[in-house]
Design a protein around this ligand. Structure first.
Ligand code: F6R
Length: 652
């Protein structure tokens, strides 16, 4: 059961009673969330700026772009506006820039830095240095030498901010980069280019090259902060922090720096040994959940089902302490086996009038009101389509609420097809007046001439949103929901017309709170996918938390349980699952058909991210993998399973 500000349990404070070993070769600081962490880093930078000011000196900052430092820059801007922090003595050098890249292009790092920081503070323009993506090819090398020299002339970097790519890159120093490398032109790794698709719309548009400061340039900084947020960074963070120093993980070179701090949120720290196997690092405070994590871990390591694990298996895996606490393997195995067994239920809304003492949901009321919140118009069926249909089939009043329009993820050619359809249909039926005809023609003309990354005009956004609305309605109807229980929330934070969304606002929270208040549900299902802290799923979840907080005094809220599901990619670790809903082969097929209703997302979704599989394939394979994991632990064998974790508020 999830009870803190994060979904990871074992890394909660207090797991270790006494630490005797660390696997970490870099100093790591873990914060509850990226905002808190970023504020702290920004304040350390501000302090350094002010100290230099007092001494009448300049300070040289090495800066990064990307999602990781955004909140640090936001706090620096706030400190400038509200706290009088001046940037007059600040000199900056940015790590990198795509090549070729015009300064004012939507995706340029030049533009990024101005929009997020420089335009909002009093830094003298001549103090700003960002690698120039417009330099002619033959002059690039001498330009890079010049850039490197400028850093030295400025006195060297006092503080360097870094993000980390999923390839392990820092700057754009991709795997294979030399430790002695300095500023130069590089080729981007395939994975890095895939991660950049969200900014460039299509892979073909992502530049293949960049100019970047080298490993040696970065290592010369006097202080380094490496920032990483979100679960999608957790594997590479482990490699950089716990792995060997190797050119195949360029960030691992940072282990040789003598003044670096790795700043993580809980999700990015998830794969560090202190979280995956804290018993290897010290003496633990053994809760049942931690014991469950340990049992699953030993079972997976030995390849044995839980009920076959022996005292020796535990002892050989550093768990003799747990054996002492639990009176040996036999009792522990049965306890954890039963715990997992009780998470499995084909009655996600509770089984009316049955004994519910070992079931994940309450029996009463037998017919519940449920709201399924779906961040995008297809997350409901992709992530919990099987459970959705079971809830309906078992007679609960199921509402589905699409939180955003999802318009950004519709191809231009689809929108054009619909606009042409409307135009021709209107002409054929003879109801086109001048104004309507003009509007359709405007859309078609805009789409034909649209430039790379150009935000859609309002009419196009509307058509794209309607395409997704129609698909969502079809998916929900197929799942058995009546039209008056389908809600489109169109949360405003999403409507920027760009891939980057706005911040969560009052209106977003109120829209969610209004629906909850209207339905007064016993169950709310929400996407608890924390992989991307800046992503739409996270903002949608934050709006739900804020709405719960707003409504918590209402009497009926005491009975409103929040169930989290994970998006298309990651599943919860087994010990965090509170309810696993099995699916038969037929149910898997029904779920697949519901996903097929989302035609605009088929074959090649505009933002496939790191995974080229279609959504139905991702969902199917993930649900099968969850069932397979349960089977290997020695539990019953099902075709597929959808998993949920209950979020328990301290006021419930
Ligand atoms: C950006 C840069 C890159 C990013 C890294 C992480 O200037 O040099 O190394 O820091 O790719 O990107 P985000 O923060 O977007 O995850």
């Amino acid at each position: 059961m999830l009870t803190t500000a994060n979904t990871t349990s074992a890394n909660q404070k207090g797991v270790l009673k006494f630490q005797f070993k660390t696997f970490e070769k870099l100093p790591v600081k873990i914060w509850d969330d990226s905002k808190e962490a970023s504020v702290h880093v920004a304040r350390s930078i501000a302090l350094a700026i002010r100290q230099k000011q007092q001494d009448g000196e300049k300070i040289v900052l090495g800066l990064a772009t990307g999602s990781s430092p955004i909140k640090v820059y936001q706090e620096l801007v706030r400190l400038h506006r509200e706290d009088g922090l001046s940037f007059q003595n600040v000199v900056t050098f940015n790590l990198d820039e795509y090549y070729p890249m015009e300064k004012d292009a939507e995706q340029s790092y030049w533009r990024f830095m101005h929009e997020h920081l420089f335009d909002h503070v009093d830094i003298p323009k001549e103090n700003i240095h960002i690698p120039d993506g417009t330099i002619e090819m033959e002059k690039v090398q001498s330009y890079c030498d010049w850039y490197e020299k400028q850093i030295k002339l400025a006195g060297g970097l006092d503080i360097q901010i870094l993000g980390i790519g999923r390839t392990g890159h820092i700057g754009f120093n991709e795997p294979g980069s030399w430790e002695s490398s300095t500023t130069r032109m590089v080729r981007l790794d395939g994975l890095t280019r895939q991660d950049a698709i969200k900014d460039f719309i299509k892979e073909e548009n992502v530049p293949t090259r960049a100019i970047t400061m080298g490993i040696a340039s970065i290592m010369q900084a006097r202080t380094i902060y490496l920032l990483a947020w979100g679960q999608h960074k957790s594997d590479i963070v482990r490699e950089a922090v716990e792995g060997p120093v190797t050119a195949s993980v360029p960030s691992s070179f940072l282990q040789k720096h003598n003044n670096i701090r790795v700043v993580l949120d809980r999700a990015a720290a998830e794969q560090l040994t202190r979280n995956t196997a804290p018993w290897l690092c010290g003496m633990c405070n053994w809760t049942e959940e931690l014991a469950c994590q340990a049992v699953v871990w030993v079972s997976q390591r030995t390849g044995k089902p839980i009920l076959k694990l022996t005292n020796e298996d535990y002892n050989e895996h550093g768990l003799s302490e747990l054996m002492l606490e639990e009176n040996g393997a036999y009792d522990l195995n049965i306890k954890i086996f039963n715990r997992l067994q009780h998470t499995i239920s084909g009655w996600p809304g509770g089984k009316g009038h049955a004994d519910d003492s070992t079931r994940p949901e309450r029996a009463i009321p037998a017919k519940k009101r449920c709201i399924i919140f779906s961040p995008h118009p297809d997350d409901d069926v992709i992530s919990m389509g099987g459970t959705f249909m079971r809830l309906v089939d078992q007679g609960h009043e199921v509402h589905v609420a699409y939180q955003t329009s999802g318009n950004i993820a519709v191809h231009d050619h689809d929108a054009q097809r619909f606009a042409e359809f409307l135009l021709e249909y209107g002409k054929g039926q003879g109801f086109l007046n001048d104004e309507i005809e003009k509007s359709y023609k405007k859309v078609i003309k805009f789409l034909k001439n649209k430039k790379l990354g150009e935000p859609d005009i309002q009419e196009v956004r509307s058509i794209k949103g309607l395409i997704r609305r129609g698909e969502a309605r079809a998916g929900a109807r197929y799942s058995g929901v009546g039209d008056n229980q389908i809600h489109f929330l169109d949360m405003p934070f999403y409507e920027t017309g760009k891939v980057r969304k706005g911040d969560i606002g009052e209106a977003d929270i109120q829209i969610v709170a209004d629906l909850i208040e209207k339905v007064q549900p016993h169950q709310v299902y929400a996407a608890g996918d924390l992989a991307d802290p800046h992503g739409t799923h996270r903002v949608c979840l934050d709006a739900i938390f804020a709405a719960f907080d707003r409504l918590k005094e209402k009497k009926w809220m005491k009975d409103c349980w929040l169930w989290l599901y994970r998006g298309a990619w990651h599943e919860f670790p087994i010990h965090e699952i509170d309810m696993a809903v099995p699916m038969s082969p037929d149910q898997v097929m029904r779920k697949q058909r519901a996903i097929f209703m989302h035609q605009s997302q088929k074959d090649s979704a505009p933002f496939p991210g790191e995974d080229a599989r279609e959504f139905y394939q991702r969902a199917k394979e993930r649900n099968k993998a969850t069932a397979e994991t349960y089977r290997k632990l020695g539990l019953a064998e099902y075709e597929a399973m959808e998993a949920f974790a209950r979020w328990k508020f301290d006021w419930q």
